[in-house]
Design a protein around this ligand. Structure first.
Ligand code: SF4
Length: 500
């Protein structure tokens, strides 16, 4: 059996199961037993991927997960552009994650928008000993003085805030009163909560519910409602993704009254409960607030996938099905309008990418949502896994996305991922910055699938053209054969290569 390129599905499954056993063998028995539950091979007809998820990582392994603070500040709240988000606690948590994502926005930074700025309470020893509430109050005063056009403030708690028992809710309420009812949101997203950034998403969603929606109450909308009002939820506008999605909805005749968090504003958050339909891109991070709006305001929500023409078409029709025939007809017109573009992209890139294999390891929805885009280009995803997925993510993956025999890895460790890639030798790995250089040094083409490797957008028809170009550029670059893997050099001198 060819290990690197088995063609028969039974052989693929056998190879993948053997690989799982091989990686587990290096662990102590207890760790192997725990990790075994997170690794599997997909079986056709099964309703899930057969892996356990959303469980605490094993101490000592290199997990790729983030913390609850990262989930709230870095994902849900951070991109709300006209609010100032205070990283409350020591400087490091915010500083090291500062500007790590690429949430594009329109506005003048430092004047009326603040996404790429870093605000921190910079906790010192005395703040831990005596508490940081006074400091927080002072920072809010400074923010109001220095950035008077901000439309609201959030307090993103880092670990020590929960440990020392600061009352950020009391400070937020006091300051909100002092500043004419300004929205000031305390977020209890201390990093130690939960098992990954996923709980931070949930906590952040709950803070939107309690401190934005409930505060706005039954206020009349500041705009004339229409039957076609929709809100885009859970698109973070990485490289302009939300913009390339919004265009399609507007071309269908829908009116986008809010888009968040990417390029979102507090006014859009407040307007969302007036939408007729919430269209949800990242289910994992924003399903909580969508369910809440369904229960409290009766707004239906629908998941969509705008990666690659096949899934875009499916999603446009699904969204249109919530509206009347005019919107459904418009959806067909939009699909027809972009046919020539997608055919040209596929005609150009498919011959260069057909049959190429991909292994993914990402967060949110991408481990499943991008599979269709690769398949539109004739490529095959042979392994995938989530950083912080839950059972419902793996169910969606099994039922709608992966092929029989795909290797599935939840919360994969650094060791496991390297071993899997080394043995399977895919033509491309799509993962994050922490994995990028390991695989590139192994000579495996790589695309960063969190930030689109500083490219993008990848959503929508415009995004598909860029996606196809980027994958081709990575895979078919001649560089891979020119840079030998340092640890595989005959002379074993891994440093010499850097000097050459
Ligand atoms: S786990 Fe705590 S200390 Fe570490 S980055 Fe998250 S909030 Fe900061």
């Amino acid at each position: 059996m060819s290990v690197s390129n088995p063609t028969d599905i039974a052989e693929v499954k056998e190879r993948n199961r053997a690989l799982i056993q091989e990686v587990l063998e290096v662990y102590p028995a207890k760790a192997a037993k725990r990790r075994a539950k997170h690794l599997n091979v997909s079986e056709e007809g099964k309703s899930d991927c057969g892996v356990k998820s959303n469980i605490k990582s094993i101490p000592g392994v290199m997990t790729i997960r983030g913390c609850a603070y990262a989930g709230s500040k870095g994902v849900v709240w951070g991109p709300i552009k006209d609010m100032i988000h205070i990283s409350h606690g020591p400087v490091g948590c915010g500083q090291y994650s500062w500007a790590a994502r690429r949430n594009y926005y329109i506005g003048t930074t430092g004047i009326d928008t603040f996404v790429t700025m870093q605000f921190t309470s910079d906790f010192q020893e005395k703040d831990i000993v005596f508490g940081g509430d006074k400091k927080l109050a002072k920072i809010i005063d400074e923010i109001e003085m220095l950035f008077p056009l901000n439309k609201g403030i959030t307090v993103q708690s880092e670990c020590p805030i929960g440990l020392i028992g600061d009352d950020i809710e009391a400070v937020s309420k006091m300051k909100s009163k002092e500043y004419d009812g300004k929205t000031i949101v305390p977020v209890r997203c201390e990093g130690f909560r939960g098992v990954s950034q996923s709980l931070g998403h949930h906590i952040a969603n709950d803070a939107v519910r309690d401190w934005v929606f409930d505060k706005a109450g039954d206020k009349e909308p500041t705009f004339e409602p229409s039957p076609y009002d929709v809100a885009i939820i859970g698109d973070y506008n990485i490289g302009g993704d939300a913009w390339s999605s919004r265009i399609l909805l507007e071309e269908m005749g829908l009116r986008v009254i809010a888009q968040w968090s990417g390029d979102g504003s507090i006014a859009e958050l407040e307007a969302t409960p007036k939408a007729k339909l919430n269209v949800l891109h990242c289910y994992r991070s924003m399903n909580y607030i969508s369910r809440h709006m369904e229960e409290k305001y009766g707004i239906p929500w629908v998941e969509y996938n705008f990666f690659g023409p096949s899934k875009i078409e499916e999603s446009l029709r699904k969204i249109a099905s919530y509206f009347d025939e005019s919107i459904q007809e418009n959806a067909e017109k939009v699909i027809a309008k972009y046919k020539a573009l997608t055919e040209a992209v596929i005609a150009k890139y498919k011959p260069r990418l057909e049959g190429k294999t991909v292994m993914l390891y990402v967060g949110g929805l991408r481990p499943r949502h991008v599979i269709g885009a690769y398949e539109d280009l004739g490529m095959e995803v042979v392994g995938t896994g989530y950083e912080f997925g839950h059972n419902d993510d793996y169910q969606r993956t099994a039922q709608h996305y992966v092929k029989d025999g795909t290797l599935i890895y939840d919360d994969v460790t650094g060791y496991e991922f390297e071993k899997f890639v080394d043995k399977i030798q895919p033509d491309l790995v799509g993962s994050g910055i922490k994995e990028k250089y390991v695989f590139q040094k192994m000579g495996v083409p790589f695309r960063q699938m969190h930030s689109w490797d500083y490219s993008g957008p990848y959503h929508g028809y415009d995004g598909f053209a860029i996606f196809a170009r980027d994958m081709d550029m990575a895979i078919n670059s001649p560089v891979w054969s020119m840079a030998p893997t340092p640890w595989k050099r005959d002379d074993g001198d891994s440093y010499a290569i850097a000097a050459e």
